[in-house]
Design a protein around this ligand. Structure first.
Ligand code: PLP
Length: 387
């Protein structure tokens, strides 16, 4: 039988029917007034998803990684110093990219499963009285470990130190799913992608840039060949794309942003919290542990589950896919055989989450995980019925 099961990876996420249909259109002229009438109000609406009224939005063809590349390439010059923490695979990849771009990266190593090390950052920023650190790179939601860090607290650290470094935040697996308050947190650049909270296929880097950061855009020499951020921010404000954008994805983004705003962002965040609570209740009922070190760090978009030593996480994920045609996230880096990850973001209902948990139970039982079969589903049902 041909069938499509929902996926439970932390992106790409399930694509709602309305969004899929929005992509099935004849070709549009991206230099037409019609396209400008699509893009300008869309970028204005995307601001609210990032929690900004002053920042501007740039849409680039690419993925979240493209957003990092463009943000750093346009705002930082080789040799400049940046501060970052290695707290999971995605923060590590961001650091690697920054190093490849010639930035002088001060890396704070953190045990994976921990959040951004605020005390260590504060000590480094306070000692940097010359303000040689030009930017702080922070992953809001580390998808590899299921950890959400407190961006408001990070802003408070910068403020206490009186430090003017740009705050560059990876919101790839948080924007559109978790509360994101760009203006309140004083975020200068926030990077996201189309395939997570925005519920689209992969293909768009969605970047929000504060006025403060935009004022620095002319400072860096663009000789390294990075796509011009200033030009695309202007296209979002006024229309007039200089090169061909991913038109069908932008058409679909109009629908997904409508869906987020129709549901109401507060309700979207509450729904994610509710889904996550059910998933965590299931993990507890299985007597397995959540990889994030403390409850305050638990992510409402992805839960990384630690398996007993005797069970291979890689085998579990492969088995769920082969036998039940259902995808869960694997562990990453050193934890690739120890963790499996349940993505619970984007277009997800209680029934979908329960089907994922029930399938995880079948796969775990097949792979020899010892747990009380049905207990996870029952625990999640309890949460969902009471929610
Ligand atoms: C937190 C985070 N940052 C960055 C990325 C990289 O984004 P992309 O795969 O869209 O390039 C991902 C991808 O999952 C992610 O979860």
């Amino acid at each position: 039988m041909q069938s499509q099961n929902p996926i439970f990876i932390p992106g790409p996420t399930n694509i709602p029917e309305r969004v899929r249909l929005a992509m099935a259109q004849p070709a549009w002229d991206h230099r037409s007034a019609e396209f400008d009438q699509l893009i300008v109000p869309l970028c204005a609406d995307i601001r609210s998803v990032f929690g900004t009224t002053q920042g501007d939005i740039a849409l680039f063809t690419g993925s979240g990684t493209t957003g990092w590349d463009i943000a750093m390439g346009n705002l930082l010059a080789p040799g400049e110093r940046v501060l970052a923490a290695n707290q999971g695979m995605f923060s590590q990849r961001w650091i690697d990219l920054a190093k490849r771009m010639g930035l002088d990266v001060e890396v704070v190593e953190v045990e994976w499963g921990e959040g951004i090390p605020l005390e260590a950052f504060e000590a480094i920023l306070a000692a940097d009285t010359q303000h040689s650190i030009r930017a702080v790179l922070a992953v809001h939601n580390e998808t590899a470990t299921g950890v959400t860090s407190d961006m408001g607290a990070l802003r408070a650290v910068l403020d206490r130190c009186g430090h003017d470094a740009l705050l560059m935040v990876d919101g790839v697996s948080s924007v559109g799913s978790l509360p994101f308050a760009m203006d309140e947190w004083g975020v200068d650049v926030a990077v996201s992608g189309s395939q997570k909270g925005f519920m689209l296929p992969t293909g768009l880097a969605i970047v929000a840039v504060s006025q403060r950061a935009q004022a620095r855009l002319d400072r860096v020499n663009h000789a390294q060949g990075h796509l011009d951020l200033a030009v695309i921010l202007e296209a979002g404000r006024q229309g007039g794309y200089p090169w061909t954008p991913a038109i069908s994805l932008i058409q679909a983004l109009r629908i997904s942003v409508d869906m987020l705003l129709e549901e109401g962002l507060e309700q979207v965040y509450a729904r994610h919290a509710h889904m996550a609570k059910g998933v965590r209740a299931a993990v507890n009922a299985w007597d397995l542990s959540i990889f994030a070190k403390q409850p305050a760090l638990y992510s409402n978009t992805v839960t990384a589950v630690a398996l007993p030593e005797s069970v291979s996480a890689k085998a579990l994920v492969a088995h769920a896919n082969a036998r039940y045609r259902t995808s869960f996230g694997g562990g990453l880096g050193a934890f690739q055989d120890r963790l499996f990850r349940i993505g619970h973001l984007g277009a997800l209902t209680e029934s979908m989450a329960l089907s994922g948990l029930a399938t995880a139970e079948m796969a775990m039982a097949d792979c020899g995980v010892k747990f009380d079969a049905g207990a996870g589903v029952a625990a999640a049902q309890q949460v969902y019925r009471n929610g």
